[in-house]
Design a protein around this ligand. Structure first.
Ligand SMILES: [Zn+2]
Length: 170
């Protein structure tokens, strides 16, 4: 599932960049995860860990909720979307974790709508599985490799002034 780090020409810059930045990125994702938790009562909150990772292209997903692990693991390829959209990917995967299944059925729609309303995101208008599969929408970045090689703008510039910045939560 994890790619890039095994391709020899990218291995050194990608691994070096990850080593220096992954902790701060995972901390940001954990803030978003907590924002999702805060939409539910304590007893309704699934136990989840969340990590950023470069996912293999062949896998065909930007983010993934793994129910095989304990706790449930959410993996997000943060290089595939603009930093200001990371929350949207977390919300989608959290809804899966909350329902406890990878499907995009009506139970998923209810959880997703609840999260959207709680977090000020426009809730899904269509409840068809095809639409829910990629909701909330975000524009993919042209080249996820650039992010993992540290060649894009510093992600902290995009999230620092947002509602979920570390300043406003501390
Ligand atoms: Zn999904």
């Amino acid at each position: 599932m994890i790619d890039l780090v095994h391709q020899s020409e990218h291995q050194a810059p990608v691994c070096l960049w990850i080593a220096q930045h992954i902790e701060a990125i995972n901390a940001q994702l954990t803030r978003y995860l907590q924002a999702c938790h805060d939409c539910f009562h304590t007893w309704e909150q699934p136990t989840i860990q969340i990590f950023a990772a470069p996912l293999a292209r062949s896998f065909g997903l930007d983010a993934f909720c793994n129910f095989q692990t304990k706790p449930i693991s959410i993996l997000i390829d943060v290089g595939r979307m603009k930093p200001k959209n990371w929350l949207l990917a977390v919300v989608h995967e959290y809804a899966h974790a909350h329902v406890g299944s990878p499907g995009h059925d009506q139970a998923f729609a209810r959880s997703l709508t609840h999260l959207c309303l709680g977090l000020g995101i426009v809730p899904p208008q269509s409840l068809s599985e095809d639409r829910l599969r990629c909701y909330p929408n975000y524009l993919p970045t042209p080249n996820s490799l650039a992010f993992w090689r540290g060649e894009t703008e510093d992600w902290r510039l995009s999230v620092t002034n947002s509602y979920f910045s570390s300043e406003s939560l501390s």
